[in-house]
Design a protein around this ligand. Sequence first.
Ligand code: HEM
Length: 137
Amino acid sequence: MPVDTRKLKDNFAQVGTNGVAVAEYFYADLFGRNPQLRSMFPAAMAKQHEVLLAALSQIVASVDDPDALVPFLRDLGRRHHGFGVVADHYGPVGASLLATLAYFSGPEWNEDLERDWTAAYGLVAKVMAEAAAEPVA
Ligand code: HEM
């Protein structure tokens, strides 16, 4: 079944009403499960909370516009290469993102959303990691 982008957008809009708490939960979950990743990030995370939420909003807003989304993700993926991010990091980040979305969705969370978010994140990670793996022209 194709990804229902309308449902993803609606779900993200609802989750986003919780503001910065979403990013706080995400990083707490990520570092709780993967303490070795903490040192990749700055000590003070306030700015990171904001940029993560802004990037996720941008991704979700252009989820059905590949001409805008793909270049954005490729640039983001290349910058992540510079942060020391490797392909294996995308799995744990995806798991914490899904856990965060599930937490803030509460009773709205269901198998369809889980499947569609998993598919969407998988594509995002693929485009980012592939761009990062290409030699710089
Ligand atoms: C959906 C996937 C992801 C999104 C939307 C995202 C978003 C962002 C954004 C917007 C920044 C700010 C810098 C910039 O824009 O270049 C950033 C920085 C960073 N991200 Fe990600 N990221 C993702 C995946 C990952 C993964 C898989 C890792 C691996 C642990 C990671 C680790 C980092 C690190 C280490 C920084 C730099 C922090 C610093 O030194 O300031 N990100 N990310």
